[in-house]
Design a protein around this ligand. Structure first.
Ligand code: 48H
Length: 261
């Protein structure tokens, strides 16, 4: 094989298959590369666990790129600035004790630091279903996003994971599918999805952190998905709760992984 063109193709194909094959059996599978999913992936990978993240879109970053109403500045409250420090994101403190950072720098840092820590991010892959056995989530069912976009009738593949995280933001896609298709009772007041409530930044920031955690056996929620599952208010373009929620879910899961070696 002498053509450089073919060597380039072979290098890409070999490397991608190496990454995908080594993601078939995971400690943690995360759905959604918004701020919550990326932060969770970073803190889990940093502790040496096998963690991969599946993102439907071409680019990771979720709703963070656009700040508030496309003004690409993000705001975080006190406490979340420690996470900005951890990722090396520069920020400025306002007179109102809010911390503001550039949205593009923030997303760039989350992606860079999390992949450097060992998180494998698969963009252009949609999680369309779950692997469920005896009422417990044991993995994810994945397919190429262009297959979904073109409504092609193509069956998916499956990855196995000890724990899964729905970090799909407002739509709470994975947990909704779990309820709809498997009838699993959630750890919410009614056993079902409660749905996101209208805006209140203070309450929303507190709520998302409080409710981040296990929502069904082996299935966790982080970020806006936690508000949607447990019926909390939205909080608009303040992103501290998303970062802290990602860290909290990572702390809970890594503790569980250590206990159940
Ligand atoms: C693969 C999927 C699937 C799927 C969705 O929306 P996100 O940024 O989510 P969070 O929770 O990290 O951050 C929320 C924040 O961006 C936000 O919207 C806030 C704070 N809103 C408050 C308010 O009041 O409006 O990211 C979720 C990601 C996206 O990139 C999706 O493409 C992806 O998940 N995704 N990926 N398979 N089935 N569903």
């Amino acid at each position: 094989m002498n053509f450089t063109d073919i060597k380039i193709s072979k290098a890409i194909i070999d490397d991608y298959f190496r990454k995908l094959t080594s993601s078939l059996e995971l400690d943690v599978a995360i759905v959604g590369a918004g701020p919550a999913g990326l932060t969770a992936g970073y803190f889990i990978a940093k502790q040496g666990y096998r963690v991969s993240l599946f993102e439907r879109k071409l680019s990771a970053g979720g709703g963070m790129w656009g700040g508030g109403m496309m003004f690409n500045t993000i705001v975080v409250g006190k406490g979340a600035n420690d996470i900005l420090d951890e990722f090396g994101i520069r920020y400025r403190r306002t007179e109102d004790s809010l911390y503001i950072a550039d949205a593009v720098e923030s997303v760039g840092a989350l992606i860079y630091r999390s992949t450097q820590a060992g998180l494998r991010i698969f963009n252009l892959i949609t999680v369309e279903d779950l692997l469920v056995k005896d009422g417990k989530v044991e993995g994810l069912v994945i397919n190429w996003s262009p297959v979904e976009m073109a409504s092609l009738h193509i069956d998916p593949l499956t990855v196995q994971s000890r724990y899964s995280v729905d970090a799909t933001g407002h739509p709470l896609e994975v947990v909704r599918t779990l309820c709809k298709k498997s009838g699993v009772q959630l750890f919410t007041e009614t056993g079902d999805v409660l749905g996101e409530r209208s805006m209140c930044a203070d309450e929303g920031e507190k709520f998302v952190l409080e409710k981040t955690g296990e929502v069904a056996p082996n299935m966790f929620v982080a970020g806006m998905a936690a508000c949607a599952a447990f019926g909390g208010p939205r909080m608009g373009p303040i992103f501290g709760g998303m970062l802290l929620s990602g860290k909290k879910v990572a702390d809970i899961i890594t503790k569980r992984l250590k206990e159940k070696k």
